[in-house]
Ligand binder design. Structure first.
Ligand code: MN
Length: 350
């Protein structure tokens, strides 16, 4: 794999002690964060396959079930889920002589497993791309916030320390799953290296179309009908504020038989309208309070808007909030607050 070494311009070829120790482990455990996504599961499974191939018996242990659309990933059926098999999951962590945290920088992100991880004094490795890692909890950090995904880092980790093992389709499929998850199919968080990594993965013959279909084309007919209704009947566009929003009452949610997760992502459609910078999605909860999601483009501070008017917060371009009342009152409140940001919205262009 001389090619890869040149690709990443690796000058330092000495292998750290932690990696030498990892390579002689009897039992390694990789733990993705709880409520795992495609990057957490993909990176954990890729590490499992890689380490098994390198002669290190490795298992993936996680607190709760994977989203069903990740079950196609090779090895997913062997993941030990604490929710289903408490004792087995705990025993694996207690007996491990290496624990790898994948796709999170703070031990608490592995949920109920945190206690067992902290109690085991074994070698601890973190592979992650989130800011502010809990450095003191680990012996070895493979950490880079400029990386698109933890999966991209797993590929670097492989090139740097395991390039004697051949990269196969199984490992490459898992890595690719995380790459497309965290970049939204190569839309954001990109750098040239992300494409170089993808290029190396494609050389193994992975079926990229299959991977993307399995992860992204997972709508249920119910969810699509709800989305159609939202777009056709419930979307309000305010061109003078470069704002669009969608609102659903409790009655509407019930009539569509909406289940947890069904409204996920609907807010993003507001921002897909040309010229729209601020988007919101309101839905009424059972208790007649309203949950709000905000999305924005450019420098518009969705989190500031949410914390000022909707008791919430989050990232600049993606925030959440709530309103202590039914959806129609929440929308009225939104329309009353919006003028305070008119000048800011007018000044922003894409
Ligand atoms: Mn990630």
């Amino acid at each position: 794999m001389t090619n890869n070494i040149e690709l990443f311009n690796l000058k330092n070829t000495s292998i750290p002690g932690s990696i030498l120790k990892l390579r002689s482990c009897r039992q390694a455990v990789v733990i993705p964060h709880k409520s795992p996504d495609g990057d957490a599961v993909g990176s954990s499974l890729a590490l499992m396959h890689l380490l098994n191939k390198a002669g290190v018996p490795t298992h993936v242990v996680v607190e709760d079930s994977l989203p069903y659309f990740l079950n196609f990933l090779p090895g997913a059926e062997n993941i030990i889920i604490w929710d289903k098999k408490n004792t087995i999951a705990e025993t694996y962590i207690q007996n491990a002589d290496c624990i790898i945290s994948s796709d999170y920088g703070h031990v608490s992100r592995c949920g109920v497993l945190e206690k067992f991880v902290r109690e085991n004094p074994c070698l601890k490795i973190m592979i992650d791309h989130h800011p502010h890692p809990e450095i003191e909890a680990y012996d070895f950090l493979f950490h880079d916030i400029t990386s698109s995904s933890t999966c991209e880092l797993v590929f670097d980790f492989y090139v740097k320390y395991f390039s004697d093992i051949s990269l196969d389709k199984t490992i490459a499929t898992c890595i690719y799953a995380g790459l497309v998850t965290d970049t939204g199919c190569f839309r954001h968080a990109l750098r040239p290296q992300t494409f170089e990594t993808a290029s190396e993965l494609l050389k193994t013959g992975i079926d990229t179309e299959h991977i993307i279909t399995k992860i992204f084309d997972v709508n249920t007919p119910q969810r699509l009908k709800l989305l159609g209704y939202c777009l056709n009947e419930k979307m309000v566009i305010l061109p003078e504020y470069k704002t669009a929003f969608i609102h659903l009452s409790g009655e509407e949610l019930r009539s569509f038989g909406v289940k947890k997760g069904d409204t996920e992502g609907i807010v993003n459609y507001t921002l897909s309208i040309e010229g729209i910078i601020f988007g919101a999605f309101f839905f009424e909860r059972e208790d007649h309070t309203t949950k709000v999601s905000f999305r924005s483009k450019s420098t518009f501070p969705a989190n500031e808007f949410s914390s000022r008017f909707f008791d919430g917060g989050g990232h600049r371009n993606a925030a959440g909030g709530q309103f202590n009342g039914p959806v129609n009152l929440a929308v009225n409140h939104f329309l009353e607050c919006l003028p305070q940001y008119k000048t800011v919205l007018e000044s922003l262009h894409l």
